[in-house]
Design a protein around this ligand. Structure first.
Ligand code: ATP
Length: 346
């Protein structure tokens, strides 16, 4: 068995079916102590089911969940050192913020002064001390979200599970809470596991991401790894925009519809696909000696910091700085540097 640090979390060979739906297929992963780990994937890929199995809210058909070296697969949720923050934070409306956060400790009959100390500390850390005597409806969405976090963190769980906790927030607040969450996790040094379908969110907060699709983990890696070195077409397309070029291997390169492309290494397949991010292609005045093609601008879309050009032959997409001027009909040379061409597995 692969090793994890003493308080790390390991999942081994988890399978879960709901009737005809094969929700999880042989899932294994290791989350290290103090890591911010994200399960990223589209709706229905099984990420919530996996989180619920880790939380003890769902039983797997087979496989194990191991926390700190101990098999906790059949331990009830309440006896796991794991807490979950859900998408709907479900605060008690009639209780003050302080009492909401203190609820779990009171239920577990902690002494009064310890409750006050622990709750005060968490409220302070999350910037909620001034609001301790308000009720949830007197708080903004972002503040309520922080109360939900404080309520989970006050129990000092070994692992904090976050099930799309920011999806109810508007875009601006969401961006702010993402940064706060990241900062908080760093400060606490606690293990966080987040579920999200939002690739930008996963990039901001995570040390490591597991990209999921159809009940399987397709790729593990740092945000930079999964963005820059996607292994499959699915990962390339799910994590931002990607140009996909099909071709046939020839010597150290690829024969494609836009010409011969030199690659940095030889693909394992005969016929396959390479990916290139729009911002990794260059627009040039003159043709480069290799890996360049003539293209015509079909549409130019101004995006503030960038300008996106949709090109023929298409649908190629290139991203350039927004102070550049291009319009439909312009003829350009496009360079696809070898080091930016990622050879996909399939
Ligand atoms: P979302 O982002 O939409 O919540 P998800 O990736 O979290 O999606 P899950 O909720 O884990 O996906 O669901 C995985 C699959 O299992 C889906 O096809 C879903 O319909 C199915 N499923 C989940 N829970 C149940 C259940 N209790 N009964 C039947 N099918 C279920």
């Amino acid at each position: 068995m692969a090793t994890t640090k003493s308080t790390g979390l390991a999942v081994r060979g988890i399978n879960k079916r709901f009737g005809p739906v094969n929700a999880l297929k042989e899932i294994s992963l290791d989350v290290q102590e103090g890591e911010f780990f994200t399960l990223l994937g589209p709706s229905g890929c099984g990420k919530t089911t996996l989180l619920r199995i880790i939380a003890g809210l769902e039983l797997p058909d087979s496989g194990k969940v191991i926390l700190g070296g101990q098999d906790i697969t059949s331990l009830p949720a309440t006896r796991r050192q794991v807490n979950t923050v859900f998408q709907s934070y479900a605060l008690f409306p009639h209780l003050t913020i302080f009492d909401n956060v203190a609820f779990g400790l009171r239920a577990r009959k902690f002494p009064k002064n310890e409750i006050e100390g622990r709750v005060g500390k968490r409220l302070e850390m999350l910037g909620l001390l001034d609001m301790a005597h308000r009720r949830p409806h007197q708080l903004s969405g972002g503040q309520q979200q922080r109360v939900a976090l404080a309520r989970a963190l006050v129990n000092e769980p070994k692992v904090l599970l976050l099930d799309e906790p920011m999806s109810a927030l508007d875009a601006r607040l969401r961006a702010q809470v993402q940064v706060e969450l990241r900062r908080l996790q760093r400060k606490l040094g606690q293990t966080f596991i987040l579920v999200t379908h939002d690739q930008a969110e996963a990039m901001v907060v995570s040390d490591r991401i597991a990209v999921m699709n159809q009940g399987m983990i397709i790729q593990f890696g740092s945000p930079k790894d999964v963005y820059e070195q996607p292994r499959t077409r699915f990962v390339a397309e799910f994590l931002g925009a990607a140009n996909l070029l099909k071709g046939r291997k020839k010597h150290h390169g690829l024969e494609t519809d836009i010409g011969f492309l030199v690659l940095e290494r030889e693909p394992k397949w005969e016929n396959g696909t390479v990916a290139i991010r729009p911002e990794r292609m260059h627009i040039t005045e003159d043709p480069a000696s290799v890996n360049s093609t003539r293209a015509r601008v079909r549409e130019a879309i101004y995006r503030g910091t960038d300008l996106d050009l949709w090109l023929d032959p298409g649908p190629l997409r290139v991203r350039t700085a927004s102070n550049q001027h291009y319009e439909a009909g312009d003829e350009i040379w496009l360079e696809l540097p070898s080091e930016a061409l990622v050879i996909l597995d399939e």
